[in-house]
Design a binder for this molecule. Structure first.
Ligand SMILES: [Zn+2]
Ligand SMILES: [Zn+2]
Length: 145
């Protein structure tokens, strides 16, 4: 899959049954629709569906950030803000192909959730650690062919 921000080829990263696409160049992450739900479930969040519906149905956020194209259908994605102060601004395909997080935004989302939806089985630390590892991955050189 091609990164919607910088057009690099993205890497596929696996965590349990979840596959996400990660851009090692701009550190952005793409989740297919069902995969974010799986991630949140493995994070111990029980109201996953409610939470995701909340994201999917929220109003478009006003932002000066450039609109991005969905890496699957190529249509412009919608900006959606999660939480407040600071809100995490993500991009979402209107046809529900998936969601795009800029570098670090998934971790911010997890931290936001830790405040609003305390974990029930203590698996959140694992998920955050995993995400931090993924996002902290050093830039690789020589793979930009
Ligand atoms: Zn990128
Ligand atoms: Zn799409």
């Amino acid at each position: 899959m091609i990164c919607p921000v910088c057009k690099h080829d993205m890497l596929v990263v696996e965590y349990h049954d979840i596959e996400l696409d990660y851009c090692s160049s701009c550190k952005g992450v793409w989740f297919d629709s069902g995969e974010l739900e799986l991630l949140l479930k493995s994070d111990g969040l029980e109201e996953t569906k409610v939470f995701l519906d909340g994201i999917l149905n929220s109003a478009e956020a006003v932002s000066s950030e450039k609109k991005r194209d969905c890496p699957i259908c190529g249509h412009k994605m919608k900006k959606t803000a999660i939480g407040e102060q600071p809100a995490v601004l993500i991009d979402m395909c209107r046809d529900e192909h998936g969601l795009w997080f800029d570098g670090g935004e998934v971790t911010e989302l997890m931290r936001h959730l830790a405040g609003t939806h305390p974990p029930k089985h203590g698996s959140r630390e694992q998920v955050i650690r995993f995400l931090e590892e993924v996002f902290a991955a050093p830039e690789r050189t020589g793979d930009g062919s």
